[in-house]
Design a protein around this ligand. Structure first.
Ligand SMILES: *Cc1c(COP(=O)(O)O)cnc(C)c1O
Ligand SMILES: [Zn+2]
Length: 418
């Protein structure tokens, strides 16, 4: 267990005792998201990265000593994290880089990186005796909260998703036994409703941005990348960005490791947004403060990164600015093209939002934003099974064969397979 030293507001540096605030800073409102700050000197003295590597826990609880939970906490039993990190030379060659790794987050229990945040929030809820946890979601956070809350009789989960979310993302929370509400509106409408409902009924909000512990859960992907590379940070970590919570978690994970002296540098963070949902990329290019970002209309096939007002905008802009990183935007057509690249060249099946990161790396390399000699890690955030309809659009149709075996064999003759 890591004892929290304080919670610190990203915007104003306002400081709070552990437990004093559940959500954002009361002085700076929803822009004032909170960092969970540890006593790094104490952690440095008591923890050993090699002991973690020698441990047997093949999921993200291997980092319990770096997470804001008591050692005797009841933990949701699903095996979240410790996903594979593949070295992908064929993908690298195609993208125009020397070394590319792909972290396949689609292999988490409910199929996306969101499981990391949800398992931590559920563990915090168990510790605090909270009975109802709610979230708004484009779909993956819904599946994750419902899935990680499943099987626990003391916790009920409540989900608000846009009615037009991909069917799999609605089926999952229903199967896991959550109360699911389909909102006739966008993700941002569902978010407002969820925030109000939590305030009105005293439910615990897992909403992205406002709950500081989601960042702590998501940071475990960065801890894994560093450990899987031999306790080293790559030069660049690329990830798709909607609300900006994942990229903020990645920043926090590497930040914590740097404070511990377990890595030697921060990687540059490359945030990839869909061209039709690019509030953070635009703000970064224009040098705007997070407070200058306003809600806008969005349009992209990559539903998981469609965010009218990115909720973790303060932390996300910091993540890119402080690592000398960059934002790039990619078209839906480019996102679709990246799906079979990941599939064919490294065996990773990605939903559109996840594949966007690969499209972004291709573009950043072409534009010289990242150097081709860099060690580049791409985080593939969600599984292609989440949105089969759109994934199918990225590839040609399968060919047909008749039932007659002789005729079928005749057609197979002379087919080139490589
Ligand atoms: C949530 C999600 C993202 C974006 O994460 P943010 O924290 O909203 O920036 C990207 N890809 C997938 C698959 C997601 O589920
Ligand atoms: Zn503040």
């Amino acid at each position: 267990m890591a004892a929290i030293q304080e919670l610190r507001c990203v915007v104003g540096g306002c400081r709070f005792a552990p437990g004093e605030q559940d959500y954002a800073c009361p002085h700076h409102g929803e822009l004032g998201t909170l960092d969970v700050v540890y006593d790094y000197a104490a952690l440095r003295a008591s923890l050993d990265r090699d002991a973690i590597s020698a441990g047997q826990t093949a999921n993200h609880w291997r980092y319990l000593p770096l997470l804001p939970l008591a050692c005797d906490s009841q933990l949701p039993p699903q095996a979240v994290g410790w996903t594979p990190l593949y070295h992908a030379p064929r993908l690298a060659e195609k993208l125009g880089a020397r070394h590319v790794w792909v972290k396949d987050e689609g292999l988490n229990p409910t199929g996306s990186l969101k499981d990391r945040a949800s398992s931590l929030v559920v563990a915090r809820a168990l510790q605090a005796g909270i009975e109802v946890v709610a979230t708004a979601s484009t779909g993956n956070a819904a599946a994750a909260l419902a899935g990680l809350g499943a099987g626990l009789e003391q916790i009920a989960t409540v989900i608000f998703v846009p009615r037009d979310a991909p069917p799999a993302k609605i089926a999952q929370p229903l199967v896991y036994g959550a109360q699911v509400f389909l909102v006739d509106g966008s993700y941002d409408d569902a978010y407002e409703l969820c925030t109000r409902a939590c305030a009105a009924f005293g439910w615990y909000s897992r909403n992205t941005g406002v709950n500081p512990f989601t960042t702590e859960g998501k940071k475990t992907v960065a801890l894994e990348i560093a450990e899987q590379m031999g306790w080293r940070a790559p030069d660049v970590v690329a990830v798709s960005v909607g609300d900006g919570s994942i990229i903020s978690g990645i920043y926090k994970g590497f930040f914590d490791l740097l404070q511990l002296g377990w890595i030697e540098k921060m990687p540059r963070l490359l945030g990839v947004q869909a061209a039709g949902s690019a509030a953070l990329a635009d703000a970064w290019r224009a040098g705007l403060a997070p407070s200058a970002i306003t809600r806008r209309v969005v349009n992209t096939i990559a539903d998981s990164i469609a965010a009218e007002l990115p909720r973790d905008r303060s932390k996300a802009l910091r993540a890119v600015r402080e690592t000398q990183g960059a934002f790039v935007t990619v078209s839906d057509a480019h996102i679709l093209k990246a799906i079979p690249l990941l599939g064919k060249l490294c065996g990773v099946f990605a939903e559109p939002a996840a594949a966007a990161a690969t499209a972004g790396v291709e573009q950043a390399l072409a534009k010289g934003i990242i150097d081709r000699d860099s060690d580049i890690c791409i985080v593939s955030t969600g599984n292609g099974l989440k949105d089969i309809a759109r994934v199918r659009q990225s590839v040609a149709s399968a060919r047909s064969l008749p039932a007659d075996v002789d005729v079928a064999l005749g057609r197979l003759e002379g087919i080139g397979l490589l």
